[in-house]
Design a protein around this ligand. Structure first.
Ligand code: DGY
Length: 324
């Protein structure tokens, strides 16, 4: 890559198609594109802003390597890839991309609910095998959604939007969240339950919409999964580490849980072989926000956050500081 001089915005992802080859930044700053995964982030003092993908760790090491940094504009709504305390110490503003990917991600959560309930993976396998023997009254019977209870873990924007979709399919929505959500109650008829245990024991389908934090790591561990209704379904479009993957695989293999729909995994891009091979597990490669509209809007918002901070204005969508 030709050396670029002057102050820089470092784009640590293959975002050329969305950003255009030479995005405009305040003060005539230039763009330095750094493809992810190829090598560690460059260490240079002329970088004022960083736009990382959610797969890019931004910790003490990366921040000290970019001593001129003023803003990290994460290309995603989740920001567990960023060490907020280290960013605060370095006086770096951190932003994310809420709202613009809510519908895309909720659509995918609902896709996985339907795929798991209607045994999509087994149906596809059978149709593709060339060995389908014809229509049969008891072939690949799934679970009807009407009247079933959907338990939403985390009633933020995406959880609420998923609840709204499920309500349109006739599901009864309950939710567990730190605080009451007027939105999910008004838009999806959601009822708040007191504890995680209450939600797990009453839901036919559980959909995870919690951020990954030390407190949510393996929240759905073996005992939690064992407290779900026999034959229930688990869907996760949030972060893989909220679920203990090995315990989930065991619950699916034994038939204790009917099915799972997973878009996220503990150590991406690794998808454990057992989850890939279980017929009652639908796996996708982290596609929650993968619509043209959402991915473009995510770029536009990340870039707008960079422009605001570099122009001395407040960020549009700052994340809460570590000390908040
Ligand atoms: C996010 O935005 O956090 C998603 O996981 C990436 O689409």
């Amino acid at each position: 890559m030709a050396e670029i001089s002057g102050r820089l915005v470092l784009v640590a992802g293959e975002l050329h198609d969305l950003s255009g080859p030479e995005p405009e930044w305040p003060g005539g700053r230039r763009t330095l594109f750094h493809p992810p995964g190829s090598s560690p982030l460059p260490r240079r003092a002329d970088v004022d802003a960083l736009i990382p993908l959610v797969s890019q760790t931004v910790g003490e090491l990366e921040l000290t390597g970019l001593p001129g940094l003023r803003v990290v504009a994460n290309y995603g709504v989740g920001y567990d890839n960023i060490d907020l305390a280290a960013a605060e110490r370095a006086a770096v503003v951190v932003t994310n991309t809420p709202d613009v990917l809510t519908d895309a991600t909720a659509d995918l959560a609902m896709t996985l609910v339907l795929a798991a309930a209607r045994r999509l993976r087994e149906g596809l396998d059978l149709a593709r095998s060339g060995e389908w023997g014809g229509w049969h009254p008891t072939q690949l019977l799934g679970i009807g959604l009407g009247g079933r209870v959907l338990g939403i873990l985390g009633a933020g924007r995406i959880g609420t939007a998923t609840g709204r979709r499920a309500a349109a399919f006739g599901m009864d929505v309950v939710y567990w969240s730190r605080s009451r959500s007027a939105a999910i109650e008004a838009e999806a008829g959601g009822r708040r339950v007191e504890s995680l245990g209450d939600l797990l024991s009453m839901a036919d389908v559980v959909s995870v919409h919690l951020p990954f934090t030390p407190a949510t790591r393996h929240l759905l561990d073996a005992p939690a999964l064992a407290s779900m209704k026999p034959g229930a379904i688990l869907v996760n479009t949030a972060r893989g580490s909220v679920v203990e993957q090995s315990a989930l695989a065991a619950a699916l293999a034994s038939g204790r849980l009917a099915a799972a729909g997973l878009d996220v995994f503990e150590n991406e891009p690794e998808i454990p072989a057992v989850l890939r091979s279980l017929p009652n597990c639908v796996v996708l490669p982290h596609l929650g926000s993968a619509t043209r509209e959402a991915r473009q809007a995510m770029w536009d918002l990340a870039a707008a956050n960079v422009r605001a901070v570099l122009s001395g204005e407040s960020a549009l969508t700052p994340v809460p500081a570590a000390s908040d």
